[in-house]
Design a protein around this ligand. Structure first.
Ligand code: AMP
Length: 460
């Protein structure tokens, strides 16, 4: 019952009305509690165990980026809405229906970044990085936001690693960027990936193709899905890329852009393929690959993983030779790609790829009694300063419980400091794997442990 249905609310609420009001209040409270204990739809908590895998994946990405000569850039999580409208494109799904846009307290329209290319271009221009020697090669890693329908592999907050190169139109760069993406996947151990490749030409070839495509689709317009009917006038090229089965059948025989590329775009496309062959990166041509962002010119590519369900694209990108100028900068070409970290992790899991075991801890310091606790705290600090991973007891547990905790942490060494050992100026060093233990004088303990972990062989 709604509060508006209550006749006597105000001065003379009946007992029944008061009960209903209490119920409404209770439900509101329950709703409120639920909001406090549930994350927003389409977002994920990344817990410590999961994050070990993230760090492993991110480290490989950073390492490879450095090997290929890229430097990191970090841009704001939110930007002026106009940047994405202009930079991503008014007719894209992202701008039309997926952006998290809000007014700040100063009534400015801001948007949580749905992707990072537009932001990187903005930062490149604002910071005049075009004055640096070209090409400028940047990489980024971080969260993106799209109001999409959540499902496995598709989230509202997700993470991308990506690169952008500004200032070169060499087709060899297009091939290298694709090879670099594949290098990352391969180092992670992923297999059965397909590089799908296409050229979406330049505005000149697109204009000619748009007309021919519209003529072809005119008679089929009523049979297209509502989204594609909307795309017919403004952006019919996107119809080729529709995931709806009926649309896919209708466009199977449609004139493809590939057949209408201008001389320059055709040459570029051929050279990209030649270089990919040179770099031994297998690829498949897909003349329906358009990708959802308006800014692409010439090369467009996507990397697809087999067997991870509907959300099978684990990365994609392309060339955008007009975007920098479109955003108010000099006429400079650009190319980039982005890969989804959540989808890479899903694929790793799907393909049964093991992550290298992380060291949980090297040393556990078990202490008994107040004096030993003080000594233990000091020792832990000295060992950490010497670069060793140390855990210790913070709960004043029994020795048995502390050893159990050390086992759970899978440390290799437990140092036991009891009143007795302290009195003798010694500590017990127990090898948790081999099982033996020995007494080491306290003043030699740090150098003994450092040597044990660093130098290895000094023992016995
Ligand atoms: P895009 O920026 O749309 O070209 O996407 C690049 C990559 O980001 C895709 O290949 C996916 O791996 C990933 N990605 C895009 N959208 C999502 C999403 N909503 N959830 C998770 N990953 C995504």
């Amino acid at each position: 019952m709604r509060t508006s249905n209550l006749k006597n609310v105000g001065g003379h609420a009946t007992y029944k009305d008061r009960c209903v009001l209490n119920k409404i209040e209770l439900r509101k409270k329950e709703g409120c509690v639920r909001m406090l204990t549930t994350k927003p739809r389409g977002t994920n908590d990344l817990l410590p165990q999961e994050l070990e895998k993230w760090h492993y994946v991110e480290n490989i990405m950073r390492e490879v980026a450095t090997l290929y000569g890229y430097q990191e850039i970090r841009t704001p999580i939110f930007e002026h809405t106009e940047l994405f409208q202009r930079g991503v494109g008014e007719t894209t799904d992202i701008v039309e229906k997926e952006m998290y846009t809000f007014l700040d307290r100063g009534k400015r329209s801001l948007t949580l970044r749905p992707e990072a290319t537009a932001s990187t271009v903005r930062a490149f221009l604002e910071n005049k990085l075009y004055a640096d020697p070209l090409p400028v090669k940047l990489y980024y890693l971080g969260p993106m936001f799209r109001y999409d329908r959540p499902q496995a592999g598709r989230y509202r907050q997700f993470h991308q690693f990506g690169v952008e190169v500004f200032g070169s139109q060499s087709p060899s760069l297009d091939a290298e960027v694709i090879a670099m993406a594949m290098d990352i996947y391969e180092r992670l151990g992923l297999h059965d990936l397909v590089v799908e490749l296409n050229s979406v030409g330049c505005p000149q070839c697109r204009r000619a193709h748009k007309k021919v495509l519209q003529d072809y689709l005119q008679a089929k317009l009523a049979d297209l899905c509502p989204t594609c009917q909307g795309r017919f006038e403004k952006n019919p090229l996107r119809i080729l890329d529709c995931k709806n089965g009926r649309c896919q059948n209708l466009v199977a025989e449609a004139p493809k852009l590939e057949q209408m590329l201008c001389e320059e775009c055709r040459r570029h496309f051929q050279l990209v393929q030649d270089y990919l062959q040179e770099l031994q990166v297998p690829y498949t041509l897909n003349s329906c690959l358009v990708r959802g962002l308006d800014y692409y010119t010439k090369t467009a590519f996507e990397i697809v993983a087999q067997g991870i369900g509907a959300q099978s694209s684990i990365g994609g990108g392309g060339r955008y030779d007009r975007l920098i100028e479109e955003c108010g900068g000099p006429s400079l070409p650009g190319i980039g790609y982005a890969m989804g970290i959540e989808r890479i992790l899903l694929t790793l899991e799907e393909q049964g790829i093991e992550f290298p075991l992380q060291t949980k801890g090297q040393i556990f310091i078990a202490t008994l009694g107040e004096k030993a606790q003080k000594k233990g705290a000091k020792l832990a600090q000295e060992l950490r300063k010497a670069g060793l991973m140390v855990e210790r007891d913070y709960l004043e547990r029994s020795l048995k419980a502390q050893l159990k905790a050390a086992n759970r942490l899978q440390v290799s060494i437990t140092v036991i400091l009891g009143e007795e050992e302290l009195a003798q100026g010694e500590a017990v060093v127990r090898d948790m794997q081999a099982g033996g233990q020995k007494e080491i004088p306290l003043q030699e303990l740090v150098s003994y442990l450092v040597k044990k972990f660093r130098g290895g062989k000094q023992d016995e």
